[in-house]
Ligand binder design. Structure first.
Ligand code: HEC
Length: 400
């Protein structure tokens, strides 16, 4: 704890002792333009920081034993998050401690970078209930802004053609000509890995590349941690933000081989645009815990067979049958957990590659719709449900 505090303080945080854990974030209204805001912009002195806890995402495992082993008992991390808005844009700053600066520096596939992402609920006719926290769900899209700490990375499958880089040995050029060749290749490298995606569930991410997204993100390494910034329009083709804005924050740790789903993720948290009418129902939805009894819920989960399919805690064996629930309480709201139990098909966790794990699909397709393979528990009485949800809320890693 001390180590974290010291490193957060050395990031230059205005860290007040009375920080409520995961309270809503207040976006302070400013008159300065936030369009090209950077981490060192003076306007950040007007911002208020709130503490947000990011839990290891453990719903599905990576297909990489080494990475899984490194993250086996990953802890939760604290981030400090602030927001500002002007008439047109919203800007976020995310600070988190990370003892090693991991940059992607080349074409190797064994090197992973630190990174962060901010996820917004995408514009739908009915914004509630919220999308599934892990990249959205069918009919409930999310917009994900991703920034990776990249010094130089070549993307053979991206827009830039680097075939000439791959064939350096076969160029048959030397001296000046080879230097010119290398310079040409270097110019093709991506040095600012900033991407925006829309998603409706794991592996459904589609990058927005048609110029319709006007966002700016960046990250800089301080004395012992990262400062990430993002600015984006309040309103565009993908979101329409006002009043109370649900967001979720993720960070990746390159030294733990973090990438894709292997990350730390917050639950949906509310950003209140100061001075605008807040959405009380949404805030209540995000912050209200179950009134049930967790100890009774643990028994009810056992007697109802939940652990037959799910890994509930690290002590249980892993299972391909269903998502691991060992951190589900960290990144889920009580209402999401309740919905998952009584309406399993409302928001589906898509699970593993369906070809590789064809014996344990997490959903079947019936009449073009995804139907969860989870037992329907809508018959459970209200108290039992409250108890189970209270129990699930306790399933989460400690803060490192
Ligand atoms: C027959 C196997 C099975 C049983 C029994 C089962 N589940 Fe599930 N559960 C699944 C599958 C498969 C999914 C992923 C598909 C989906 O989202 O519905 C899932 C998803 C979930 C999720 C969402 C997880 C996430 O990462 O967002 C929660 C919460 C959950 N189950 C809780 C429970 C509880 C509580 C019980 C017992 C009351 C239970 N499950 C019993 C198979 C099962």
């Amino acid at each position: 704890m001390n180590k974290i505090l010291t490193s957060l303080l050395s990031l230059g945080l205005a860290c007040s002792a009375a920080l409520a854990a995961d309270a809503a974030i207040t976006a302070v209204k400013v008159t300065d333009s936030l369009k090209a805001i950077k981490a060192d912009s003076a306007v950040w002195s007007k911002a208020k920081f709130s503490s947000v806890t990011l839990y290891p995402q453990t719903a599905i495992e990576m297909n990489d034993k080494k990475a899984n082993a490194l993250c086996e008992n990953a802890k939760a991390k604290k981030a400090q998050v602030a927001a500002l808005y002007d008439g047109k844009s919203i800007a976020l700053m995310v600070k988190w401690a990370d003892g090693t600066k991991d940059l992607q520096t080349g074409a190797t596939s064994t090197e992973y970078s630190d990174g962060f992402a901010v996820q917004f609920a995408g514009a739908t006719a009915k914004p509630q209930p919220l999308p599934y926290i892990g990249m959205g769900s069918v009919g409930r899209p999310v917009v994900v802004h991703l920034q990776k700490a990249t010094e130089k990375v070549y993307e053979p499958n991206g827009n830039k053609d680097v075939s000439i880089q791959v064939n350096r040995q076969q160029t048959d050029v030397f001296g000046k000509e080879l230097a010119a060749f290398d310079a040409k290749v270097a110019a093709l490298a991506v040095t600012d890995y900033e991407r925006v995606f829309v998603g409706e569930g794991f592996r459904s991410l589609t990058e927005i590349k048609d110029g319709s997204m006007k966002a700016e993100s960046a990250m800089i390494y301080g004395t012992s941690g990262w400062i990430g910034t993002l600015s984006r329009p309040l309103k565009d083709d993908y979101v329409n933000l006002s009043g109370t804005v649900p967001v979720s924050i993720a960070v990746w740790d390159g030294s733990k081989m973090g990438r894709n789903g292997l990350k730390n993720l917050s639950a949906w948290i509310a950003i209140n645009l100061d001075g605008q009418k807040q959405n009380a129902a949404l805030i209540a939805d995000l912050t209200t815990d179950s009134k049930g009894n967790a100890a009774k819920g643990k028994e009810a989960a056992e007697s109802n067979g939940c652990s037959g399919c799910h890994q509930m805690t690290s002590a249980d064996s892993k299972s391909f049958m269903a998502p691991s629930l060992k951190n589900v309480g960290g990144y889920s709201t009580a209402s999401y957990l309740r919905e998952s139990i009584v309406k399993p098909s409302a928001a589906i966790v898509p699970g593993y590659n369906r070809n590789a794990h064809s014996n344990t699909p997490w959903y079947n397709i019936e009449k073009g719709k995804r139907i969860s393979t989870m037992t329907d528990y809508s018959h459970l009485d209200k108290n039992t449900l409250d108890d189970i949800v209270a129990y699930l809320e306790t399933l989460k890693a400690e803060v490192e």
